[in-house]
Ligand binder design. Structure first.
Ligand code: HEM
Length: 742
């Protein structure tokens, strides 16, 4: 019912309401969520019992200055609810962000699996995807050096399928029994809870230096993959080998991949640290803004399929989660597309309460005996029981499947369903035998009848002990720049250690991956030579184990592959400037024609331009034209952008060259190898270039990724800038960038 007060609702109120029910209701899951959405729009304030509230400003007292009265049910209810607002954060992957979307398969995959959502190219399967960091708590920075979680919940008509993966294809450990040790080691130290969201401390490297099986994953985590430019620009991996089962019951092994259409790109570590200060929400803001702006993030689903007969055809064991299947050996087939097109309405209700589980599978998909996966199958429901407070969290709207749920599970905290049947057991006659079992032909899940005949033992497969071959393969497959970044990352991480012995043990361990790598790290740490790691290298051995049995060993056969191009980000997609952010650095007197032309060219390429100036408000540009400022130099740094453009305008450039913040802005962009463009007097801001250079520049390139030209060259400058943006970074400038004060 509209009231006088409601009639006064402002335009701003309306905008807020629109956000609350953002996007279209385009799929079954979003339609199902509609019934639970509540915006309060055009409604009066009530208690949880529906009683309308007349005064939300003053508690009930005995007189104006008197004591508060216990009778005040409005105060009590409000405070009590507030007191209970927090739930435990996830024990790992606490910091995350999520979005709704859909998945569509390109062609029926009946040759591989009977899973229904992989059969119909016309069908859109709703998904909810949560990205996360692993080690930090909920309030930590997005830019921590860490693995990123990439968890996808497919709401299929046969039930929920959760692909709970990471942005790296391997893991630190081979067996679930080591997971609590790993996480205890990487989390902040128990004495003083330091450092937050960082692996650069003694307990992590103490553990790692005794675990040669982690060395392949260490290569990935020390690479720039651990500091993505955007969640939209990272790959995803199911990590474990899973099974596909077809409608004849035949099975083959499968590895899941997500390939981002925008390519795989990262920031530099120096940049990551600065972003953490300027905008610790950098990744979640980027995802939110891309979706709000209609630039929907997309990935292709990739599959590596291995026939059962080839299970033992490789130097590595398919059940070992510290190994990849190189794409050169088994190509990735791209079979469908994931699109994220809607932000959640409420972070807590959706992103925080969503409960993923690698054990949520549908007919046509099954597990393997990967001992890490097997442990995960236990862990997720177990932890969610405490995190979400009881056994009914599958009834929370975001977790409900779109497939109907019927069973005899009953009661428990916060039960929502009102089960009307007298029979809550099976078999029964009272309810006509309902709900009844589904035959395989009716979609009933049947486990793949894998043959198992062996003695119980706490052991690992023989090939699990090749801990270094694939770490070496990864190292050798990196470009020179990427290798350098790995060396720098290791120097940083190990340089932070308090215990010299751990540092030395780590360098000794790295020598098993590559001697040159270890030597470079040692030199940076001031270690005179590579220390000898005392055998046994692997200290993770049972009490009565013979250390010799646990020593790492390279596969007997020669590694089939020296390098794998797919492992290097240097070979990723570099043909699009879409969604890239360009800062236009300006002050009063700026050349407005150059700004307009650059904005138009960037918009045509799908990129974004923001005017950054010494102060907020509006600039007075050439010919008296007003230029609205998007950000002042006080609130942003060039680390938040992909490129910088400095247009001409005598007064503007004079003001900028005299402003240390503006100089730092451009210098940092130079140091971080970003695309730079300048026209007219703006060229004076480009670091490292002499006047003569500037004179020569005519809509051309001064240096890789740096374009400059006269006022009349703006069209060519803009076109070159778009190309440089697409290439992401000009790594050839990196050494020179170190000489620029930034
Ligand atoms: C034995 C090994 C592992 C155990 C015991 C384990 C356990 C857990 C636990 C307890 C959570 C918190 C879940 C929650 O509170 O809802 C979690 C989250 C997560 N784990 Fe694992 N994990 C293991 C290995 C892995 C691996 C290998 C991957 C990647 C393939 C992975 C990916 C994730 C992701 C993406 C999340 C966050 C899910 C979300 O966004 O809510 N975990 N894990």
């Amino acid at each position: 019912m509209a009231t006088k007060r409601n009639a006064k609702r402002t335009k701003r109120d309306k905008v807020t309401d629109h956000n609350v029910t953002n996007g279209n209701v385009t799929n079954d899951k979003l339609r199902a969520l509609e019934g639970f959405r509540e915006s309060g729009a055009d409604e009066m304030l009530t208690t949880n019992q529906g009683t309308r509230i007349n005064d939300n400003q003053n508690s009930l007292k005995a007189g104006a200055r008197g004591p508060s009265l216990l009778e005040d049910f409005i105060l009590r209810e409000k405070i009590t609810h507030f007191d209970h607002e927090r739930i435990p954060e996830r024990v790992v992957h606490a910091r995350g962000v999520a979005a709704h979307g859909y998945f569509r398969v390109y062609e029926p995959l009946s040759r591989l699996t009977k899973a229904k959502f992989l059969q119909d190219p016309g069908a859109k399967t709703p998904v909810f995807v949560r990205f996360s960091t692993v080690a930090g708590s909920r309030g930590s920075s997005d830019l921590a050096r860490d693995v990123r979680g990439f968890a996808v919940k497919f709401y299929t008509e046969e039930g929920n399928f959760d692909l709970v993966g990471n942005n790296m294809p391997v893991f630190f450990i081979q067996d679930a029994v080591k997971f609590p040790d790993l996480i205890h080691a990487v989390k902040p130290e128990p004495r003083h809870e330091m450092p937050q969201a960082a692996s650069a401390h003694d307990t992590f490297w103490d553990f790692i230096s005794l675990m040669p099986e982690s060395m392949h994953m260490i290569m990935w985590v020390m690479s720039d993959r651990a500091i993505p430019r955007s969640l939209r620009m990272m790959e995803g991996f199911g990590v474990h080998t899973f099974r596909f089962v077809d409608d004849r019951g035949a099975s083959r092994f499968v590895k899941f991949h997500w390939k981002p259409l925008l390519g795989v790109h990262s920031v530099l570590w120096d940049e990551a640290q600065k972003i953490s200060g300027k905008d610790p929400d950098f990744h979640r803001r980027d995802l939110w803004e891309a979706i709000e702006g209609g630039a929907y993030p997309e990935w292709e689903l990739g599959l590596q399929v291995i026939e059962e007969a080839d299970e033992h055809a490789f130097d590595f064991d398919l059940l070992d989660p510290t190994k990849i299947v190189p794409e050169e050996l088994v190509p990735v087939q791209r079979v469908g597309r994931l699109t994220l097109d809607r932000n959640p309405d409420n972070f807590f209700a959706e992103t925080e309460q969503v409960a993923f589980h690698p054990g949520h599978i549908v007919p046509g998909i099954d597990f393997t005996d990967d001992p890490l996966l097997q442990g995960r199958l236990f862990s997720y429901t177990d932890t969610q029981l405490i995190r979400l407070g009881g056994p009914n969290f599958h009834e929370i709207p975001i977790n409900r499947p779109v497939a109907p749920v019927h069973n005899n599970q009953r009661d428990g905290h916060m039960r929502q369903a009102i089960n009307t049947s007298r029979a809550s057991y099976e078999p029964n006659t009272i309810a006509g035998g309902c709900p009844f079992q589904a035959g395989a032909q009716m979609g009933g899940f049947v486990s793949y009848p894998e043959r198992i005949a062996d003695a119980k033992a706490r052991r690992r497969g023989e090939k699990f002990f090749d801990h270094f071959s694939q770490a070496t393969l990864f190292w050798k497959s990196q470009s020179e720049t990427e290798q350098d970044h790995i060396v720098q990352a290791l120097r940083f991480e190990l340089g932070k250690l308090e215990t010299t012995a751990i540092r030395e043990r780590m360098v000794g361990m790295l020598a098993n991956v590559d001697r040159g790598l270890a030597e470079q790290v040692a030199a940076g740490l001031g270690l005179p030579a590579i220390p000898n790691v005392e055998p046994p290298l692997n200290r993770s051995i049972p009490a009565d184990g013979n250390p010799k049995d646990f020593e790492p060993r390279r596969s007997k056969s020669t590694p089939a592959l020296e390098r794998s191009a797919a492992l290097s980000m240097a070979n990723t997609v570099k043909d699009t400037a879409k969604t890239r952010k360009v800062a236009i650095l300006a002050a009063d007197g700026v050349d407005t024609a150059a700004i307009d032309a650059m904005k138009k060219a960037l918009a045509a390429a799908g990129a974004m331009a923001k005017v950054v100036a010494p102060r907020g408000g509006t600039l007075s540009g050439t010919r008296g034209i007003k230029v609205p400022v998007d950000f002042s130099l006080l609130t942003v740094g060039s680390v938040l952008f992909d490129a910088v453009f400095v247009p001409g305008g005598t007064e503007s450039v004079k003001a900028l060259t005299a402003d240390a913040r503006a100089v730092l802005f451009v210098n940092e962009a130079y140091k971080h190898c970003k695309a730079l463009a300048a026209t007219g007097e703006g060229i004076a801001m480009v670091p490292n270039h002499t006047g003569a250079d500037r004179g020569r520049a005519k809509g051309g390139t001064l240096e890789e990724g740096i374009v400059a030209g006269g006022d009349g060259d703006i069209a060519r400058v803009a076109a070159e800038l778009v190309k440089a943006l697409a290439r992401h970074r000009a790594w050839s400038r990196e050494a020179k960038g170190q000489l620029v004060p930034a």
